[in-house]
Design a protein around this ligand. Structure first.
Ligand code: SAM
Ligand code: SF4
Length: 326
């Protein structure tokens, strides 16, 4: 079991399979991007070695992310091998959904349990403005394909950005009336220099909640308003699905954090919003033993930070979302 100095048991690993992406969301990356060459990215056998190592340390929950994980060439085979690794109890993916019309079935068959799909608006024009791609129809079909493939429950992630899609929160919330989906509203996180968006584009989870209450006539708490993972859950009366509010900035959930991240270039990152990483890929390539890698991971986890310091105006600057994986 891996514990940090605050007594948190860390057993959830988010693995970025690639920093490449077929979208260019305004809150995530600039339009012109230089991605890492393939040689710098973890190869399949390296991902599998590290997954095995993390399961030995008690990690049982794995999420594949990116960049866009579905653009990795052999993602279905890799999912099959990760799913078959003893100790992997939960295997999920966060995706923009654009390739799911083709991949949802094969991914489910390979052993993926479920997906979170990003959906920031239901308006194709605004979708294009946010993702810099005219791909709304593809993503909508991807959501249907995921549902048909049994990648359930479907969770949809909406990053709310003032001036881009804040008008859409009520409409997106209403999707849960007819669909058994969990729609999650995410506070936009600022990343130093990577995007033009700053804290002024942030809409707090509380403001989003108030807008939904005003636009729908009311919502009711699920689980007495307690945190469910990172989200506080509510529902519209009579709905089939839930609403989740993720307030990374205004109300960080550090006390219940059980996660670590593995970047596409094989660095263990202990906090999404704090700089500081432990390189695992270089020692792995230099022939480090499993015992040595295990010690690197345990030492890194012991020093996992507490608090994202955004409230003090401190912004992590060494990485952007497509490299860390969200
Ligand atoms: N490409 C996939 C996708 O978009 O779902 C997976 C990677 S993406 C980096 C993971 C999650 O991070 C997505 O839900 C995305 O909306 C979210 N995200 C990206 N940039 C963000 C930001 N600046 N603030 C908050 N969430 C962000
Ligand atoms: Fe790509 Fe996801 Fe970043 Fe959008 S949020 S640019 S889909 S990695």
């Amino acid at each position: 079991m891996a514990y940090d100095q605050f007594g948190r048991n860390i057993h959830y690993l988010r693995i970025s399979l690639t920093d490449h992406c077929n979208f260019r969301c305004v809150y995530c990356m600039p339009e012109i991007m230089t991605f890492r060459p393939n040689a710098e990215i973890m190869q399949d056998d390296e991902v599998l070695t590290l997954v095995h190592l993390f399961t030995i340390l008690g990690f049982d929950k794995f999420r594949l992310t990116g960049g866009e994980p579905t653009v990795r060439a052999n993602v279905v085979d890799l999912v099959r091998e990760i799913a078959a690794t003893p100790g992997v109890r939960s295997l999920t993916m966060t995706t923009n959904g654009a390739l799911l019309p083709r991949l949802a079935g094969p991914l489910a068959e390979a052993g993926l349990h479920r997906v979170n799909i990003s959906l920031d608006t239901l308006h194709p024009g605004r979708f294009h403005a946010l993702s810099r791609r005219a791909a709304f129809d593809q993503v909508w079909q991807g959501i249907q394909a995921a549902e048909d493939a049994g990648l359930l429950p479907i969770k949809l992630n909406m990053v709310v950005v003032r001036g881009f899609n804040d008008e859409d929160v009520v409409e997106i919330a209403r999707l849960t009336l007819d669909h058994p989906w969990q729609v999650r509203f995410i506070e936009m996180m600022p990343f130093g220099g990577a995007t033009d968006l700053q804290l002024s584009n942030l809409i707090t989870a509380e403001e989003i909640r108030q807008r939904i209450i005003a636009g729908t006539g009311g919502i009711e708490p699920v689980n007495g308003g307690e945190l469910d993972g990172e989200a506080r859950l509510y529902r519209l009366p009579g709905s089939l699905g839930d609403l989740g509010f993720i307030s990374t900035i205004t109300e960080p959930f550090c006390h219940s954090c059980t996660r670590a991240r593995l970047t596409a270039d094989g660095k263990l990152r202990l906090c999404l919003l704090r700089d500081g990483e432990v390189d695992l890929l270089t020692p792995l390539r230099q022939g480090a033993s499993l015992g040595e890698l295990r010690q690197l991971i345990l030492d890194g986890i012991w020093h996992k930070p507490w608090g994202n310091r955004l409230a003090d105006g401190q912004i992590a600057t060494d990485r952007v979302m497509n490299q860390i994986g969200g």
